[in-house]
Structures are given as C-alpha cells and as structure tokens.
Design a binder for this molecule. Structure first.
Ligand code: FAD
Ligand code: DLZ
Ligand code: SF4
Length: 509
C-alpha cells in the first residue's frame, strides 16, 4: 500500500491532532515544512516565526522518536518548494503518495488551497476545540444575534467546569462586575518563566535573524517555551502566582508591567503545546483547593471556553469574506505609530513597545489602546487586521480576525459585539497609570494638548451618528453631545479634524 502524506502545520503541534490520529505510523509519512508562503503572507514578528520553527522542529523530533517517518523541510533547504501546497506535491512525488490526511487549518486561505489541491486531500475537523462546527451551527440557528454570554453558558454545561449540579458555581455565571479594578500605585505582577534557548532554538534564532531582519519586532531576548513540558511549567507558574489576581486586574495597564496578572499562554494554546480544557481544569482545581478566588477563575475560564471558542465559531460561521469586511467604510492608512513611529501618546508608546519587544500585548492594550485608536481614527480595518495578524505570537486568522475585524473595529457591523468598543481618554486614565506621564492632558478636551482619544471619540460618534444614535447602549452619549454648547462642539470637531489631517500626512501625533 502506498503511503499517505500526513500534513502537520505549525499551529497543529499536538500529538493527538486529528490527522495523526487518523494515520498509520507503519505506512504513512508526516510532512512538516517551514515555507516562505507562511512566513511572508504577512510580515510576522520574528519572535513568532522563531517560536513556531523551534517548536515545529522539536515536535518533528518527538514524532520520529515515537516511530513516525517524518519528512521535515527547513526554510533554508535548497529543495524547499516555498508553500504548503507545493511541498505536498514534492513529497507526494518523492514517496509515491497521492492522498493527504490534513487537520483543517485555522485560516480560510489555507483551507481553500487544500480543497483545490491536485492531490486528494482528506480534511479532518480540528477537534482540539470544545465546540464542533456542527454544534456551533446548531446553537446559532434561528438566533437573531449571536452573543458570547449565552454561548459560554452552553460550554460551561458541556464541560461541567465550575458547575454545581446544573447551576453555576456560586450562583452566577459571570463575575465580570468584580473584575474592573483600576491599578493601585505600584501594582506589579509576576514575570512569566523564561526558557533559555537550547541548541535547536539557537539554530532557529540564527536563521530568523538573517532571513527576517526587515520584519518589525525584537527577536532577542527569546524566552518562549518551545515544547509541551516547558509550556506546562508556564501554566503552573501562572496558576500559582498570577491567577489569584487575574480577575481583579484583568483590565489594568501599568507602565513597564508587560504582563501584570495575565497568563501569556495563548501562544502555547493556539499552537497546540497546551490543551485548552486541561488549562481550564487546572484553574478550576486551584479554585476548589482554595488557592484562587471564584471571580478570577471564572473570568479566566470564560476567556477560554467562552471567548476563544465563540470567536472561532464566528470565524467559520461567517465564511471566507469575514476578514475583508468594512461595515463603517473606514479607509485611512495605518499610521507609523503602529510601527514604532514617534508619538506623544504614552498609552500608544507602551502598547506598541511591548508588542515590539515581546510579540505580545494583553487584551486591554489590544482592545482599548491600539484597537480603540484605530477605530476612532477611521483606519482601514484590512490594514488593522494585517497588523494584528503579523505582530502577535498568538495570531492566526480564526482567532485574530473576529477579535480585530469584529470586536475591535466593528467592521463586521455587529456580529461579534452589539456596540463598538470606543472610549475617550477617561477610560484609559481609570484603568492605567499612562496618562500621568503623557505629553497630552487626559482632562483637556480641546486644543493641541487635548488627549487624542477625547477629540476622536466625538468625531467617531458624530460621523457615524446615523448608525449608532438609535443603539440603546449609545444613546446617552449622543444626548451628552447634544447638550454641549455649539461653539464647544464646533471646536472639538475642528481639532479632531486637525489631528486626522496630521495622521493622513503621516505626521506624528
Ligand atoms: P489571558 O488574559 O491570560 O487570557 C487567558 C486566555 O484566554 C488566553 O490565553 C486566550 O487563550 C483566551 N482569550 C482571552 N481573550 C480572548 C479572546 N478575546 N479571544 C480568544 N481567546 C481569548 N487572541 C489570540 O489568541 N490570538 C490573536 O490573534 C488575538 N488577537 C486579538 C486582537 C484584538 C484586536 C483583540 C482585542 C484581542 C485579540 N486576542 C487574540 C484576544 C486576547 O487579547 C488574547 O487572547 C490575550 O491577550 C492573550 O494573552 P494571554 O494569554 O495573557 O491571555
Ligand atoms: C504562522 C506560520 C508561520 C510563520 N510559518 C509557518 C510555516 O513555515 N509552516 C507551517 O506549517 N505553518 C506556519 N505558520 C502557521 C500557519 O500559517 C497556520 O497553520 C495557518 O495560518 C492556519 O492557522
Ligand atoms: Fe493616552 Fe490620552 Fe492618556 Fe495620553 S492622555 S496616555 S493619549 S489616554
């Protein structure tokens, strides 16, 4: 019997992934490939590429040790065919194979490439998620609006996580109202464990240093886990040191504190080094043992079995055109500040700074700083989407696009969220210490020193008045605007216009 090829992509590094489970190690050949088509379709952060290549190489070695035949192509292999599709063709010829077993990729782009491939590709559903495509469709059917909160309750029931019989632990499904604390002075969180690069990782770092030196982001110091045992240590460390405060300070932002009480586990979960359900079970065990409070553990579990599964469901439910949507018709170019360009805005400097250093920023930095600014300034959501997809180590389209195009930019017209996440500087001031050292004044509402969020907030609401003024959750803001004196309103809009012109001209703000 001729062998079949078993495709394992860079974010499918799970020994029990569907294609490996369906394969026969005495017959089939595992195909893994570092290819330019994947490294360059957006200019990924060098730390992300290094993390994936080092993890892929170690995963391949482990499969070989377990008795699999693995055809692994390195990026600098002279025979490298340059894309996943072309590598499959090359390996098919080499091994006399005509069929491929593949776990469904997390991007429509690759799904379509595999569906249209000249070899016979058997696409198997990726069952590393809690909710299957069929279950999501069944849940979504007949609903006017898809809302995370109701989906999340289904996932709690399905997994039994934090359940007390058929009731939610503690009597409430969601403890978010306890999770909105601003940071007290001097708040600092534990630093996630750092893993010294071994020889395999060092070799990758040298390769990435030479091949991707034009990509935005610092490669070194490189400290990510690149194998499951290390990722497991990172999980243990989070549960012991950060989880207890995760809830309280989930929305907080502090200068120089890159991680606060966040887990920094998405990079490992999304690539397959950690199992999401196991992560949740460990968090629940900490609660049951009395080591972490309910508001923290519920909040954390909600992010994983709620938001993470929900956005994935949306991505596949909405279809291949999703990432290209632009419901608000925004078209401005992404300004240089996103690539580290000069700025007077402390919050943007901090959020872009950690992104450059670590290929990471926590949720509120992504949503309420860089995302909020792009939305208020009317940046083309396609450009915003490409930025997030490129520069975060945890970014793959299935999770990044619904968060960016949907939650953050409202470019899906309200599929993910019922209202846009927009705020003036006030919110950032409440949740961070940034404004204290900013060149702009968060309390200043007009003029050259006015916080840009204050100006652009009103500009956004007014230019989209037709769409949002009837939204019950936004009506209050329109009433506030309507009560302002005419000359004040004219001044705000004129000053916002000046700011937008500066952005348009590529000048720093
Ligand atoms: P924690 O705060 O510790 O949260 C725990 C876990 O919950 C995360 O590891 C992650 O697996 C999950 N999670 C939390 N929020 C979300 C969410 N909204 N959607 C999906 N999973 C979530 N997350 C990604 O994994 N990849 C992305 O490309 C990505 N892009 C984003 C883009 C924008 C504009 C926004 C607003 C959010 C994005 N997120 C993305 C969601 C979230 O910001 C990250 O999952 C989180 O910051 C990862 O850091 P952490 O592991 O420390 O998370
Ligand atoms: C993100 C990425 C990068 C940078 N490089 C590779 C690669 O060389 N080979 C590979 O198999 N996968 C890579 N990936 C991950 C894929 O882009 C990812 O599997 C798809 O985007 C689907 O989620
Ligand atoms: Fe950001 Fe405005 Fe605060 Fe400055 S004043 S840090 S621009 S929110």
């Amino acid at each position: 019997m001729s062998p079949r090829l078993v495709l394992v992509l860079g974010d499918q590094l799970t020994p029990t992934v569907a294609a490996l489970r369906a394969a026969d190690r005495t017959r089939d050949v595992v195909v893994m490939a570092e290819v330019a088509a994947e490294t360059d379709y957006v200019a990924h952060h060098p730390k992300k590429i290094a993390f994936l290549f080092a993890s892929m190489r170690k995963f391949a070695a482990r499969l070989q040790a377990d008795g699999w035949r693995v055809a692994y192509t390195r990026l600098d292999d002279p025979e490298n065919a340059g894309s996943i599709g072309a590598e499959l063709l090359r390996r098919a010829e080499e091994f006399g194979a005509s069929e491929v077993l593949a776990t469904e990729p997390g991007e429509w782009r690759l799904i379509e490439a595999l569906r249209d491939h000249p070899l016979t590709v058997h696409l198997l559903e990726d069952d590393r998620f809690l909710c299957t495509h069929a279950e999501f469709e069944a849940w979504a059917k007949g609903r006017k609006a898809l809302r995370m909160e109701f989906f999340y309750r289904e996932m709690r029931r399905k997994t039994g996580l934090l359940m007390d019989g058929d009731q939610p632990e503690g009597g409430q499904w969601n403890y978010d109202h306890d999770n909105r604390k601003g940071p007290p002075k001097g708040l600092s969180g534990p630093v996630p464990p750092r893993f010294e690069p071994d020889d395999v990782t060092e070799e990758v770092l040298t390769l990435v240093e030479t091949r991707f030196d034009t990509h935005f982001g610092d490669l070194r110091p490189f400290w990510f886990a690149t194998e499951p045992a290390q990722a497991d240590k990172a999980l243990d460390h989070f549960i012991a040191h950060a989880l207890p405060k995760f809830g309280d300070y989930q929305d907080a932002m502090v200068t120089g504190q890159d991680f606060l009480f966040h887990s920094v586990l998405s990079v490992y979960i999304n690539a397959g080094l950690l199992d999401p359900l196991e992560v949740c079970r460990r968090a629940e065990a900490a609660y049951r043992a009395g080591d972490a409070p309910l508001n923290a553990v519920e909040g954390f579990i909600r992010q994983i079995i709620g938001w993470r599964e929900f956005v994935r469901g949306i991505y596949f439910h909405e279809g291949p055109d999703y990432a290209g949507r632009n419901a608000l018709g925004h078209s401005r170019k992404l300004p240089p500040v996103y690539w580290g360009g000069e700025t007077r805005m402390r919050c943007m400097k901090e959020a872009v700074g950690v992104t450059r250093r670590e290929a990471y920023a926590h949720h509120i930095q992504r949503l309420m700083v860089t995302g909020n600014f792009a939305l208020l300034a009317g940046i083309d959501p396609g450009e915003v989407h490409e930025w997030y997809l490129a520069i975060y180590a945890d970014a793959y389209e299935w999770v990044e696009a619904p968060n960016t195009v949907g939650m953050s930019q409202f470019a899906d017209g309200g599929v993910v969220g019922s209202k846009p996440y927009v705020s003036s500087g006030n919110y950032i001031d409440r949740m961070s210490d940034y404004c204290k050292t900013c060149d702009y004044g968060v309390k200043i509402k007009t003029g050259p020193d006015a916080c840009p969020f204050n100006l652009l907030y009103w500009h956004f609401l007014i230019r989209h008045r037709d769409r949002f003024s009837q939204n019950p959750r936004m009506a209050q803001m329109y009433r506030t605007w309507d009560r302002m004196a005419d000359d004040r309103r004219a001044r705000v809009l004129a000053d916002a216009g000046v700011l937008l012109e500066r952005l348009e001209a590529g000048q720093p703000v």
